[in-house]
Design a protein around this ligand. Structure first.
Ligand SMILES: [Cu+2]
Length: 149
């Protein structure tokens, strides 16, 4: 291998390495120490390629207030990705779409609907919506589950 080829090969290696690093989806999850379904949701994120930074919090109410989660949107855990909140059992698909929504402050699945990721109870599939909070302060339905109804 001559020098020029060697440099080209090295550059290709570096570029693919950088692309891999950019694909790493890092998300911070804040949760109560005793929250089992929160751990279920973390498993769902990891299965979908997210790297989860798990934070056990003494006061989730304070965390939600700090991150701007409106009380009507509240659930158990609160996550943060790219400076935006992800409240409750939001499916990975919508978290990925959030990157293309600069108009949204965050996403939420209010409450804890059965059948959402981390809230599996056998075959039970409650209807639920994924809500986006716009910068203007409005709620917008970004997805409805179960899908295809
Ligand atoms: Cu939960």
């Amino acid at each position: 291998m001559n020098n020029r080829l060697r440099i080209a090969a090295l550059a290709a290696l570096l570029i693919s390495g950088a692309a891999q690093a950019a694909d790493t989806l890092s998300i911070d999850v804040h949760r109560d120490a005793n929250c089992g379904c929160c751990k279920g949701w973390i498993k769902h994120l990891e299965a979908n390629g997210f790297t989860v930074n798990d934070h056990v919090e003494p006061d989730m109410h304070a965390v939600k207030q700090r991150l701007g989660v409106a009380p009507r949107l509240a659930s158990c855990h609160t996550a943060v990705i790219d400076g935006k909140f992800v409240e409750g059992h939001v499916p990975a698909a919508q978290i990925l779409e959030l990157r293309n929504r600069p108009d949204l402050l965050g996403l939420a699945v209010p409450g804890m609907p059965a059948g959402s990721p981390g809230m599996e109870y056998g075959d039970r599939k409650d209807a639920y919506q994924v809500i986006g909070l716009t910068k203007a302060g409005n709620d917008e339905v970004v997805a409805e589950y179960p899908a295809g109804q």
